[in-house]
Design a protein around this ligand. Structure first.
Ligand code: SF4
Length: 288
């Protein structure tokens, strides 16, 4: 396999075969994100992707999961994606699932028929960074879409039979936007009902616009206690039928995991205990 630059994948894809079908992120403007700042976005040639798949086949006797990288593989035209899915199916008949990152813009650009066809060809799961459900925050971070667009994209993916995993970021609205962020996120996931939802906690990275805003005093970070209170407000306002919830990433101050709504009260209790005991992960142990 050949990889260009740093390759990112969701934590749940740690054991997947990762193949770069694009390089970078087509949007690449979110003010908090440094992941693909050093990459000029481009779509890889099919031949290159096929060569990588063939070399992986020669090395790995069993491949259960395949993750299409980089930042938003779903940006690929449908015919190219189908050619890649067909090649994966041909070379790895044992594969159980294929997944990819997708921006809301990518999903909205695809027709429902195209999404259903991709699902039929084995694309099972999409990871969509919704970051916040609050439109003021979404505008500030230059996400390029509003919460209504996120909802439309999420519903469209689900209607096509795709499993949806969404990610949000604690602290993204700073202290002033914290309550709106928590309630906006809850409202959005309540309407979307994704199968998976997770929270990272904001960590600023040099080279991003948000880092500059922090340096100039324009943006303020939340203290650990405020992050937990924000998460508490989110959970309190959720009305989810069956959503696997995770806030146990290296960036989170307290590791939380459960199913919402079944574990709602337990998760609230765990937050309350952490708040009462001042039990937060120290900064030096946090990471992205
Ligand atoms: S957060 Fe996602 S969509 Fe935004 S720039 Fe980073 S990779 Fe691209």
């Amino acid at each position: 396999m050949r990889y260009e630059g740093t390759v990112y994948r969701p934590p749940s894809e740690a054991r997947s075969l990762i193949v770069q079908v694009t390089i970078g992120c087509a949007h690449n403007r979110c003010t908090f994100c440094s992941m693909y700042k050093d990459k000029q976005f481009r779509i890889r040639e099919l031949e290159e992707v096929f060569e990588d798949l063939k070399s992986a086949r020669a090395v790995y006797p069993k491949v259960k999961r395949v993750f299409l990288a980089d930042g938003d593989a779903l940006v690929l035209p449908t015919d190219k994606l189908i050619a890649i899915l067909d090649k994966i199916n041909e070379l790895f008949p044992e594969r159980e699932r294929i997944s990819a990152y997708a921006t809301p813009q990518d999903i909205m650009r695809k027709s429902s028929e195209d999404l259903a066809l991709l699902k039929e060809k084995g694309l099972l799961m999409l990871y969509m960074g919704i970051e916040s459900g609050d439109d003021t925050i979404l505008q500030k971070i230059d996400k390029g879409v509003a919460s209504a667009d996120m909802l439309e994209a999420g519903k469209k993916a689900k209607e096509a039979g795709l499993i949806l995993s969404v990610t949000m970021i604690s602290g993204l609205g700073g202290p002033r936007g914290s309550a709106a962020h928590a309630i906006g996120c809850a409202k959005l996931v309540n309407e979307m009902q994704p199968e998976y939802a997770s929270f990272l906690t904001l960590m600023l990275e040099e080279g991003t616009k948000l880092y500059e805003d922090y340096q100039s005093g324009e943006f303020l970070l939340l203290e650990p206690r405020a992050v937990l209170l924000e998460l508490r407000l989110f959970i309190q306002n959720t009305n989810l039928e069956s959503c696997i919830f995770r806030a146990n990433h290296a960036s989170n101050y307290v590791a939380l995991a459960g199913t919402l709504g079944a574990d709602k009260q337990r998760l609230l209790n765990e937050i309350d205990t952490a708040l009462k005991e001042d039990d937060f992960k120290p900064e030096y142990l946090r990471g992205l």
